[in-house]
Design a protein around this ligand. Structure first.
Ligand code: F6P
Length: 364
């Protein structure tokens, strides 16, 4: 019997379960393949005793529309930076990758499918270089991977953010307000840009185009006549002001390396007041609502395509590759290519031109 290990790493994302289900269903068509899952990314392998579950068709039945991941996930630690507590209570990061690969091989696992974002793909590439038979499946609500046309979860996040804009438009109009909505995306403005266009916001502030508060004020003023009017602003969590500053904090959670972005909407509120804005301002931070719940149909379909393709790459022994969507094909790229360039909004992005074309200001 051949065995493939599946795991989900990094932040969760609507559609992860649909990928897992598709891998299991595709494997079930082969006589000699068993699928097992590692709980909480690679931690399930690294822990003693190991936390590995058998994934058969019964285990994945009906999970395609469930949010989150039945395998759980983490964006802390991992095989290259396993946190080990010292006597003085501090932690050091230990590289356990070699030991983990040996353990995977000892368990009779022939291949690994790692479903994750850019951080997970980097880990996969390193493990591949160390001899692990590994395949990547791209997932992120941020849409910041350039080696694929689309990642599942992104469209669901846009849908949720757009519904938030829709709701905020009516309350802003009722109160003659400046209404700010902060959305996720890390260093990419894709969620903000799409939600601003779909929801009809007038201002969209994204990391790729640092904003000038005076330009933001000009746009706000253009929407008010004798104190009456309203404006909706969508700001990406990674937005940068003209001083080049983002808003984030270093997490106290052990093994969490990323800067936690968040709060830039409140900073904008303060900057607007300091710049003389006398209109009523309210800020909403959408946060993890963008990642939770049921994936929309598009993301379920894409996730299912990715799952089937990942299993087919395993069957063909095409390791060191990441599944990718290049319209109209589901194909694959090397993990090396996959981690080369982030996918960021640029001035030539068609949707940027559309947004500017309908008068959305980027405060630049
Ligand atoms: O990468 C997905 C994402 O949701 C980002 O948009 C956000 O900055 C980050 O993850 C939040 O991470 P966490 O779940 O650790 O707070």
């Amino acid at each position: 019997m051949n065995r493939v290990l599946v795991l989900t790493g990094g932040g969760d994302c609507p559609g992860l379960n649909a990928v897992i289900r598709a891998i299991v269903k595709r494997a079930a068509k082969e006589k000699n393949w068993e699928v097992v899952g590692s709980i909480e990314a690679f931690n399930g392998i690294l822990r003693e005793p190991t936390e590995i579950v058998v994934l058969d068709e019964k285990a994945v039945s009906g999970i395609h529309y469930q949010g989150g991941t039945i395998l759980q996930t983490t964006n802390k630690g991992g095989p290259f930076a396993w946190p080990v507590r010292q006597k003085d209570g501090t932690y050091i990061a230990v590289d356990r990758s070699d030991e983990m690969i040996r353990k995977i091989q000892y368990m009779g696992i022939d291949a690994v499918i790692n479903i994750g974002g850019d951080g997970s793909q980097r880990i996969s590439q390193q493990l591949f270089e160390q001899g692990l038979n590994i395949i990547g499946v791209p997932k992120t609500i941020d849409n910041d991977l350039s080696a694929t046309d689309a990642t599942f979860g992104f469209q669901t996040a846009i849908q949720i953010a757009t519904e938030a804009v829709d709701k905020l438009v009516t309350t802003a109009a009722s109160h003659n307000r400046v209404q700010i909505l902060e959305v996720m995306g890390r260093n990419a403005g894709w969620i903000a840009l799409n939600a601003a266009v779909a929801g009809g916001a007038e201002l969209c502030l994204i990391p790729e185009f640092p904003y000038d508060i005076n330009k933001v004020m000009e746009k706000i003023e253009s929407r008010f006549v004798r104190g009456r009017g309203f404006i909706n602003i969508v700001i990406a969590e990674g937005a940068i002001n003209s001083n080049g500053e983002t808003v984030g904090t270093r997490s106290q959670e052990v093994g969490y390396e990323n800067i936690r972005l968040g709060g830039v909407g409140f900073r904008l509120e303060e900057e607007l007041k300091a710049a003389g804005c006398e209109y009523s301002i309210r800020t909403t931070v959408l946060g993890h609502l963008q990642r939770g719940g049921v994936p929309i149909a598009y993301d379920r379909v894409l996730a299912t395509q990715y799952g089937v393709k990942a299993m087919e790459l395993v069957l063909a022994k095409e390791y060191g590759r990441m599944v990718s969507y290049r319209h109209p094909y589901i194909t694959s790229v090397t993990l090396k290519e996959a981690i080369q360039q982030p996918n960021l909004v640029d001035a030539d992005t068609a949707l940027m031109k559309t947004a500017r074309g309908i008068g959305i200001s980027f405060g630049d």
